[in-house]
Design a protein around this ligand. Structure first.
Ligand code: IVH
Length: 683
């Protein structure tokens, strides 16, 4: 008898162990690597199954099981042992109150079930569930002193320097009616607009794209460079105040108070009296959220009364007084009409699914990436299939599966299409570098999209910044045979350009002015503009700081290059290979003749991040330094000097005899004025 039981049990016990491992891994990939592998729904389903199995086999209880703790964003492998630092330069700090997660629900039934367990007649606060990452802000005597990530729920990373770049987060609350200590929790987000701009930029520089704003926000918050963080433009919404001696008896009142103190609290908060009102709120926001500037993935329901909250308490991972309702991810089945292949600037060939157009999250989708050959093979996708396209909160549509098809033995119907063996643009046989998923066209100098892509990169804003030479014009001049490589740009003549249809003399002159101006672009940016594979903007700067001219760089060995911060063996090899190619040397010689900056000391590193993310107006006359010196100081400390006062101005560096108009505007907008002495003190 016993044997029979254990035979039945055995597979379930195995399943339990497997689920633990799987969920642990999924947590790590989501929180630490920023590369989710399961959808939220799949994750929750597996978690439920694991909970059920653990209830069935109490002897297998394990305090380390993913059912017993929240996922962690601390990268344990990188933590240095005893300094409380995590090896990434952030201090790891224990939370005053654990940072928990929320239980999820997906239907009215699940919400009703949750409400049934609450005391009757409770008020429920409905809020939007912002899809970013949680942050805990500590205020001591009104001063922001820490900003901790959730970490493992018990301790988190202090990312205060980065958080201070968020304009809506006050550094100091100047009031005398606030408690000596309080904590505000909320969500850090990268607004859609910023997310799209960031991805566009990354695409231009062939850096990997962020899958969604949440990943982008998380990656951004962990950067070591607050200036870059400031540039990306994070925002935050706050939704939970904690501490002793706080005013108010309800959650709603607390948020109102926080709003009064100057915190950014969403307006979409509603106190509901029953499930019908909750469902109406959900129905409204399920569509309306698409018009919001930031990503949301559900609704959070919280018991309003704080005494009731306290009585309900917490489980090991989640409060009993709150629950999340998750919006269904938008997914559609549609016909895959054709697979086409797109060649990028570095020759990577990407398969693209051409779809029967479908409506998804408010936009019409007709193309989606199929990533690479392995992806197509793993899903066994071929034209004529009906495929699932998903845009759950993300902007880039992806294929996540295919509908079952009727198998046929008709020999005329192809199996999964084989990846092309030659470049669809220039016919050169493709190569696949070992260890890489991508097929690549090696014909760098002769393959049209690669040639045009290199020129587009060369003229782009962060490279040579040549105005008037956009994608279309490049295409036009390429087709006319006037542009074959980046050196040809400097041979363009006014009459050649003006002779083109669409391009009048005026735009031709603009373009030539832009080309002329590019000859003053400093060496570090010229190096970036050359488009050496994997040499991005930052890497180029770091290289230029060590190699002050192209002549010295040209003779550097891979080994020497590897000594530069951020330069690994792969990049070093790419640089060496670039200078070993005679065609590149010819182009470089022509660029040198044209007068480009092939040498120079790279700009000094900023001295501090004290002014990171700030826009500062200089006005009036000064005693101790010149205006230009103050401008340089602002920049050296990570700030931006701007000309006119607006509500985005952080403060005015005000000297003697400040213009009356500026003064009035500053007073109207409540912008602080800082004297010369105060400013110097500040630095
Ligand atoms: S309350 C103890 N309210 O969702 C409860 N969380 O899935 C604390 N989130 O970790 C959370 N919007 O990062 C709360 N309006 C909101 C939220 C919200 C987004 C996030 C938060 C939390 C996660 C749980």
């Amino acid at each position: 008898m016993m044997d029979l039981f254990s035979q039945i049990e055995e597979p379930e016990r195995e399943e339990l162990k497997r689920l633990r491992k799987e969920l642990e891994e999924a947590n790590y990939k989501y929180y630490v690597l920023n590369m989710p592998t399961l959808s939220d729904r799949e994750f929750d389903e597996k978690m439920h199954r694991l909970q059920a199995l653990e209830a069935q086999y109490p002897d297998m209880f394990d305090p380390k099981s993913p059912t017993q703790h929240v996922g962690s964003d601390l990268d344990k492998g990188q933590r240095t042992k005893d300094k409380g630092q995590n090896g990434k330069g952030f201090e790891t700090v224990k939370h005053k109150y654990p940072m928990l997660s929320l239980a999820n629900s997906y239907s009215r039934e699940e919400i009703e079930e949750w409400v049934r367990k609450l005391p009757s007649g409770v008020e429920i606060v409905c809020e939007l569930k912002y899809d970013g990452l949680s942050i805990s802000l500590w205020y001591e005597n009104g001063q922001l002193v820490r900003a901790l990530t959730r970490g493992d729920g018990q301790q988190g990373d202090d990312v205060i320097a980065n958080i201070k770049t968020i304009p809506s987060i006050p550094w100091k609350i100047e009031r005398n009616d606030i408690p000596a200590f309080f904590e505000l929790r909320g969500e850090v987000l990268l607004p859609w607009e910023r997310f799209e701009a960031l991805n566009k930029e990354r695409e231009e520089q062939e850096e990997p794209l962020f899958a969604n704003p949440r990943n982008a926000a998380s990656g951004t918050l962990k950067l070591q460079d607050p200036r870059e963080v400031a540039r990306r433009g994070l925002d935050a919404y706050l939704y939970y105040m904690l501490g002793e001696d706080l005013p108010g008896t309800t959650h709603f009142e607390r948020l109102e108070t926080a709003k009064e103190w100057g915190f950014h609290i969403s307006d979409a908060i509603k106190v509901c009296k029953n499930v019908d009102e909750v469902m109406a709120y959900i129905a409204y926001w399920d569509t309306e959220r698409k018009n919001l500037p930031v990503a949301t993935d559900g609704i959070v329901l919280k018991v309003n009364n704080l005494t009731q909250q306290e009585e309900l308490g917490f489980t090991a991972k989640t409060p009993r007084w709150a629950i999340a309702y998750k919006f269904p991810a938008e997914k559609q089945l549609t016909l895959l009409k054709e697979i086409t292949y797109q060649v990028g600037r570095t020759g990577v060939v990407t398969p693209v699914a051409n779809l029967e157009p479908v409506q998804l999250s408010g936009t019409i989708v007709q193309r989606a990436t199929l990533h690479n050959e392995d992806f197509i093979k793993s899903l066994d996708i071929r034209p004529g299939d009906r495929v699932w396209v998903e845009k759950g909160g993300e902007i880039i549509p992806k294929i996540v599966g295919r509908a079952d098809r009727e198998e046929t033995s008709d020999p005329r119907i192809p199996r999964t299409p084989s990846f092309p063996s030659c470049c669809p643009e220039c016919g050169t046989p493709l190569i696949r570098v070992e260890g890489e998923a991508a097929w690549r066209c090696p014909n760098e100098a002769g393959c049209p999209p690669q040639i045009k892509g290199k020129i587009e990169h060369f003229v782009s804003r962060k490279a040579m910044n040549i105005d008037g030479l956009g994608e279309e014009t490049i295409d036009l001049l390429f087709r006319q045979g006037l542009l074959h490589n980046i050196a040809d740009i400097y041979d363009l003549k006014l009459e050649d350009i003006a002779a083109q249809e669409r391009l009048g003399e005026k735009s031709a002159q603009n373009m030539l002015d832009g080309i002329e101006a590019s000859k003053r672009v400093p060496w570090a940016r010229v190096l970036f503009a050359l488009g050496i594979r994997m040499v991005g903007e930052t890497t180029a700067k770091k290289i230029a700081r060590v190699y002050h001219s192209i002549d010295s760089l040209q003779w550097a060995t891979a080994e020497q290059l590897c000594a530069i911060e951020d330069v690994g063996p792969q990049i070093a090899e790419n640089i060496v290979a670039y200078f070993n190619d005679i065609r590149n040397l010819e182009i470089l010689e022509r660029l040198r003749q044209a007068g480009l900056q092939f040498e120079g000391e790279a700009a000094e590193e900023p001295q501090s991040d004290k002014l990171a993310g700030m826009s500062i107006v200089i006005s009036g006359t000064f005693a101790q330094h010149s205006r230009d010196e103050y401008k340089a100081m602002i920049e050296a400390h990570g700030g931006k000097n701007v000309g006119s006062v607006s509500k985005k101005t952080s403060f005015i560096l005000a000297g003697e005899n400040m213009g009356p108009e500026k003064r009035k505007k500053a007073e109207d907008l409540g912008i602080k004025m800082i004297s010369e002495e105060e400013f110097l003190q500040m630095l």
